[in-house]
Design a binder for this molecule. Structure first.
Ligand SMILES: *Cc1c(COP(=O)(O)O)cnc(C)c1O
Length: 847
């Protein structure tokens, strides 16, 4: 039986049958898999029962896809990333499978509320922010575009910490995402691989008398794969996210056990399992942490061994590996893959160096995510020598050959050799991971036009000069499935009824909305939806100090990691300015605003945590002041994550994208907001530049210095103190904070923020302050003209098509990976009546 597409209920009777089967599925899972009866089942049991039922409906496609990849000559994209910020699975899987309505109906007929069950899911927070979320959006697009792909990463037992507030301060709580059980993953215990560490290297003669090197690790750990199916949107392709968990190779060291050192033996096991224990909650470098380096090596080694295994299942040798796999390095975190693959090819599979290097460099490509030279990852040579001695030797050999090439190209230029070397020799010696990734792959890409331009001119200028074709741009994108269909059902329904649903897989089709910006009936519906979305959040979060939040207010939103370069404190200075204006002039004609913040600070980032405390402190005073709190309120939503994102992007009127120009590589939050009809107030930074180009300058609130002006300002000797002295409103706003108005008279509490702003102001908050406040004035005026605002919002959504991750992935496929869609025919039967004839053991192959 061959069907092109999985088909669930295309007629009335089929529909009834499907619902009946689903209901039976819930009951069956509850009883047999969870071992509970309806009377003693918890909400979690119901969540699991529904999820397992849905998962069963993905299995046929999943197994079918894997079989197709094994048998056919398809090229597979391997996306290597230390982070995957997937967000909750259930709702997304229902949408991509196309069975949301049936499951909702079956749930209702079973006495369950599907929304409540969806909300119960604890999201796997296996990422910090933008970088991990990008990896997740890319997996969605890869599957939806029917590109064979595997996401490789780490199955952290504890993901990103949960954020709570304690007297306004961030408190970090451990994330126990696996505690309630994870119905979406499959443990493949018998597909473990071994990974070494420490030890030494030695030379030996092989059977043919050839001198070879081998690594004799001091320790081994086992990597166990856990596979999560990644559904494409309404296609047969189900890709795979394969996350590695570390285990001790044996649970007891019997030698130690026999001499009575039971604790020592258990200790070894514990140490091994520490490797995949916790995600480093830092969106930049976790400097000098050996465990972090080993996490990277661990997942990379597991993944390379896995790919080699898959390849050798199909081919005799690894000669054509780069025809079968395109491996993308998401930032430098997996860059150790370059020497690891060299080691596997040369030491284990006995390739000569040059042939191995040919395979390696045709396999890898590297995505750069940062401009700040100080944020580029580097590891002490001494640390590598201890942990990965063979890799260090290989890195030195790669570097020796590379620098020969550089010297040949630029004779006598010792400076360029020093700058491009993979080894930083300026003080304590380091391995520069970005240089390693640039040398070890065939393509390097930046993530927005401006970012790529700056890479070419500054961060990677030498590499660009040496290899002018290697560095390219692929602007980031986000998936409209999760960020519109799943998170904003009201708006998606309106758009569907207006222009059909092709936009879901071809976002440029939203252009058809443009004429509707002039249609008053459509505009009114648009406004009603935004209002309903805003009401949702008002009911969800009650104001603690003042009156309830007002859904009529302008919802002015900044959600993202808390970082000085993202300038949450610039937003705050505007709030304090409005507060003062209202206090001085109660008659002031400005629209009511609700300022919404969300975001976590790295636990060790003192200034970011102080900014959180400052926002919460200002919120307490402002919300509690009856003289202003009808027109000014602040809500800091704790624990910003994908789930909160689902709520926040659809209800925003205004999207704050106010980083200092030249600091944000791309941003993706900016895209999610605009897709959902928020207007942007932003600088010419990252993808803001391209968003503004697409939606039209007249539909974007631009302010502040551009990159050139930032450079010129700094070159001229930037002194924030001068601005403070000259700008009365700014002066007053800063003084209000400094004199303890928001800290019960405590003048010390926020001094570090004030000092930083007045003394160095590294992110030029004061320089952009007046332009920002003026621009916000304009925002307020336009908001008071709802027709105009709505028209602009519709045009933003209508013109945002470029920022679908489908477009990004299509570019990766064409410019870097050389892969094409590989539609999977549904050939596999589910469970044949009369059962299965099992193959003989020796006929069984595993991938
Ligand atoms: C999109 C997203 C981000 C990235 O936001 P930026 O505004 O681009 O920094 C971070 N965290 C979550 C949960 C997201 O969904």
């Amino acid at each position: 039986m061959t069907k092109k597409k999985a088909n669930y209920g295309n007629s009335q009777t089929n529909e009834r049958k499907t619902i009946k089967k689903l209901k039976r599925g819930f009951a069956y899972k509850l009883f047999y898999q969870l071992g509970v009866w309806t009377q003693n089942a918890s909400l979690n049991d119901y969540y699991l029962a529904v999820s397992y039922t849905v998962r069963d409906r993905m299995q046929q496609l999943f197994i079918n896809t894997i079989r197709a990849f094994q048998q056919k000559d398809s090229k597979i994209v391997s996306y290597l990333s230390a982070e995957f910020l997937m967000g909750p699975h259930l709702h997304n899987n229902l949408i991509n499978l196309g069975i949301y309505d049936q499951v909702a109906q079956a749930a209702a007929e079973s006495g369950l509320d599907l929304q409540q069950i969806i909300d119960h899911e604890e999201e796997p927070g296996l990422g910090n922010g933008g970088l991990g979320r990008l990896a997740a959006c890319y997996l969605d697009s890869l599957a939806s575009l029917e590109i064979p792909a595997i996401g490789y990463g780490i199955r952290y037992e504890f993901g990103m910490f949960d954020q709570a507030f304690d007297n306004g301060w961030q408190k970090e709580l451990s994330d126990r995402w696996l505690q309630p059980g994870n119905p979406w993953e499959f443990k493949k215990a018998d597909m473990a691989v071994e990974v070494g560490s420490g030890g030494y290297t030695e030379q030996y003669k092989d059977d043919h008398g050839k001198l070879r090197v081998r690594w004799v690790p001091g320790k081994l750990v086992k990597g166990i794969p856990y596979d999560t199916p990644i559904l494409g949107y309404r296609v047969n392709t189900v890709n795979m996210l394969r996350l590695w968990s570390a285990e001790a190779p044996k649970s007891f060291d019997f030698a130690e056990f026999n001499v009575g050192d039971y604790l020592g033996a258990v200790h070894e096991k514990m140490l091994a399992e520490t490797i995949s224990k916790v995600l480093y909650p830092n969106d930049e470098q976790s400097h000098g942490k050996a465990l972090r380096l080993y996490q990277q090596y661990f997942f990379v080694s597991c993944s390379m061994q896995d790919m080699i295994r898959i390849h050798l299942f199909q081919f005799e040798n690894l000669d054509n590996f780069s025809d079968k796999f395109a491996v993308q390095l998401n930032d430098t975190h997996p860059a150790i893959a370059v020497p690891e693959f060299m080691r596997l090819l040369v030491d284990v599979h006995h390739y000569d160096w040059d042939s191995a290097w040919e395979i390696v460099t045709h396999t890898f490509a590297y995505t750069n995510h940062t401009l700040l030279p100080e944020a580029l990852e580097k590891w002490p040579v001494a640390m590598l020598a201890g942990l990965l001695p063979r890799h260090l030797e290989i890195i030195y050999e790669i570097n020796r050959r590379f620098l020969d090439l550089v010297r040949l190209e630029y004779p006598g230029d010792v400076d360029v050799v020093r700058r491009m070397s993979i080894i930083d020799e300026t003080g304590e010696r380091y391995v520069r991971m970005a240089n390693l990734a640039c040398v070890g792959g065939h393509a390097i890409n930046g993530v927005a036009q401006l970012h790529t331009k700056l890479l070419k001119e500054h961060t990677l200028v030498d590499f660009h000069r040496l290899w002018p074709d290697k560095l390219i741009n692929i602007t980031n994108g986000v998936t409209p499935r999760r960020w519109m269909v799943v998170s904003n059902p009201r708006l998606s329904q309106l758009i569907r009824s207006a222009i059909g649903e092709e936009w879901i897989t071809d976002l440029k089709k939203l252009q058809a909305l443009e004429p509707l910006a002039e249609d008053s009936a459509f505009c009114e519906k648009w406004q009603q939806i935004k209002f309903a979305n805003k009401q949702d959040i008002c009911t969800m979060f009650a104001c603690k100090q003042g009156p309830n939040y007002n859904p009529q207010a302008l919802f002015d939103v900044q959600v993202k990691r808390i970082h000085e370069y993202k300038r949450q404190h610039l937003n705050l200075l505007h709030i304090v300015t409005l507060y003062q204006r209202l206090k001085n002039n109660p008659e002031l004609d400005i629209p009511p605003r609700l300022f919404i913040f969300g975001g976590k600070a790295a636990p060790s980032y003192f200034m970011a945590k102080l900014i959180i405390k400052l926002i919460n402190s200002v919120a307490e005073v402002v919300n509690g002041d009856p003289a202003v709190n009808k027109r000014l309120q602040i809500l800091f939503i704790p624990n910003y994550n994908v789930q909160i994102g689902h709520i926040v992007y659809p209800m925003a009127d205004l999207s704050e994208q106010i980083s200092l120009a030249g600091k944000e590589a791309s941003g993706t939050g900016n895209m999610k907001f605009a897709m959902n009809g928020a207007l942007t107030v932003g600088t010419l930074d990252g993808a803001n530049v391209e968003i503004r180009e697409e939606v039209g300058a007249e539909n974007f609130f631009l302010f502040g210095m551009n990159v050139g002006e930032v450079e010129a300002r700094r070159a001229a000797g930037y002194n924030p103190q001068d601005i403070y002295n000259e700008n009365k409103e700014l002066h007053a706003a800063i003084n209000l904070i400094a004199t303890g108005h928001f800290s019960h008279g405590d003048r010390e509490l926020f001094r570090p923020v004030i000092d930083s702003l007045l003394k160095h102001d590294p992110f030029m908050v004061l320089a952009d302050y007046q332009a920002y406040v003026d621009c916000q004035q304009q925002v307020g005026e336009v908001f008071q003209d709802p027709q105009r605002w709505t028209r602009m919002a519709i045009l933003n959504a209508a013109r945002i098509g470029k920022f679908s991750s489908d477009r990004s992935i299509t570019e990766y496929c064409r410019k870097i990976w050389q892969v094409k869609p590989f539609p999977v025919a549904l050939t596999l039967q589910r469970v044949p009546d009369g059962g299965i004839k099992f193959p003989k053991r020796k006929e069984i192959v595993r991938t």
